[in-house]
Ligand binder design. Structure first.
Ligand code: F3S
Length: 64
């Protein structure tokens, strides 16, 4: 499973990089940037799902 971030949907709410700073960081505008590439390990998958579930814009999708 991988992280798919829709940059067009991201409005900079920041919950992703607050909840999962190992996976996401902020750009200069406060919008999300994914920090990891490729397949997620177990801990990363848990954190990614937490971030995805807390994004008010549904900008983060965890999938293949
Ligand atoms: Fe953007 Fe959602 Fe994170 S709006 S900054 S992807 S919580």
């Amino acid at each position: 499973m991988k992280i798919h971030l829709d940059a067009d949907k991201c409005q900079g709410h920041g919950r992703c990089y607050t909840l999962a700073p190992e996976l996401f960081e902020s750009d200069d505008l406060g919008n999300a940037v994914v920090r990891v590439e490729g397949e997620l390990n177990g801990d990363q998958l848990k954190a990614a799902n937490l971030a995805a579930g807390n994004c008010p814009e549904f900008a983060i999708v965890i999938g293949v």
